[in-house]
Design a protein around this ligand. Sequence first.
Ligand SMILES: [Zn+2]
Length: 318
Amino acid sequence: MTQSTPVPVGHFRTGRLAEGRPHALDAWRVTTDDAEVAARVASLLGGQPQPNEGGGELAHEVLTKVETVRVLMDGPDAVAAHMILWGSKGILHQCDGLEFLSPEEKKGQPCGCPPRFEDRRLAAKEGRGPMPSINLTFRIAAEPGLGEFRFMTSSWQMAAQLSDLTDALEQVNGPAICDLTLELVVYTTKTGRGVCYRKPVVRVLGSRDTVTTEPPPLAEPTPAPAPSQLRRKARPTPEPTIPSAMESSHSVSVSAALLRQAAEVLGTAGHEETVIAALSEVVAGRQQSAELVRLREQVGKIAAIAEQVLQGRDSSLT
Ligand SMILES: [Zn+2]
């Protein structure tokens, strides 16, 4: 499942470092060592080329304006994946899910990874088992001549769909037109906490004969409302969670314990700020602007209630 490919002209990324901390982005970020490529990417996908100060070791970065890029993927070989667990002295466990790929002395032996994805996720979460490492190689469909780009992800959701992806790529005769999307996932946990994150998704659309290479309309991704962007604690790309039925209903409950938990997660200082930030997370969905307006009207009331609830209880909370 692994392959060696030529050095890509640039990398697609879902996050960047700011002040030394990783931030998840709402639109694709592209890094490259080639100033001309950076300029072309910016003109195709929006944004401005700038010196790369967001991590990734390449000289230039473009914070594009798009969450979907139409790309060309050349058959199943455009997808390379393995599972990997690093230890302090190097690779402990690299496998294809069945057999070790490294360390060298174990190569070819059964690696012992459980067959079920959920069990693999749990093992990785507990540091016992390897994480997915998926490399996608593609060209920008609107300008394939720019060269090959690479996107690396350890998304479990993408890992779970890899065989579907390679099957779909196999079925297209020749290079496949695909949409590479940073898809917004919004849902409410059982405890009522709003969660939103973006997961990378590839949709195979067909061959160049049947699908336009023009990218989808340059729809700018819905930015998360300012309070959550400003006040949300910097964090690595969140652990992907399988969303349940969601996006249409959200419950907001105000309790001291929940607010304290939210304050920890969101990095907020005051109760009012926490409520606003938490609600902003809930309503960050692109189709939820109406709900945002409605909730904004209620934020003041809820914040007031929360403050009342918490008055006199602060000493026990801190
Ligand atoms: Zn394994």
